[in-house]
Design a protein around this ligand. Sequence first.
Ligand code: SF4
Length: 184
Amino acid sequence: MSVPSKSPTEKIRIATIWLDGCSGCHMSLLDIDERLVAAADRIDLVFSPIVDTRTYPQNVDVCFVEGAVASGEDVEKLHVIRKNTRWVVAFGDCAVTGNIPGMRNRFPLREVMNRSYLENATHRPRIPNRDIPHLFDKVQPVHAFIEVDLFLPGCPPPADAIFEVLSALLENRLPDLAGRVRFG
Ligand code: SF4
């Protein structure tokens, strides 16, 4: 794995995306707090749920992918990301293993849909046939579909671990996650 190398004056182009997750990993990213502000003059956030851009740009240095993969729509997004990004980070346990969204894998999709939209519905129970993507039978992690450059586990990954990844990018080195990530 090579680190996207930048001169000290160039900004790192960062993207984040939220597939099938709860946004907790993004909340942990924001928990970096004042350290994020200090690094702001070296970082360009070019795509994210927290910025307005709707089209994934070219020449992204690193993309943090939160969430598991559960639909063809998710896979299309991943291919666009992989094509336009030098470093893809599987960001959090859902992206790394499937984690919480993957808990539905023990049941047939039809049972999951019935439970969600019919049995537990208190108003107009019906299974939607539009406005939601076609779901796969099984949820899978990000690396089942595209090459991943770095796995950042945790539910969510600790802010210190996320900051170490950002610091490593800014310093043109590989991140040292020893002692900074939690498993399970
Ligand atoms: S890893 Fe945890 S915090 Fe992150 S999206 Fe999944 S459930 Fe939410």
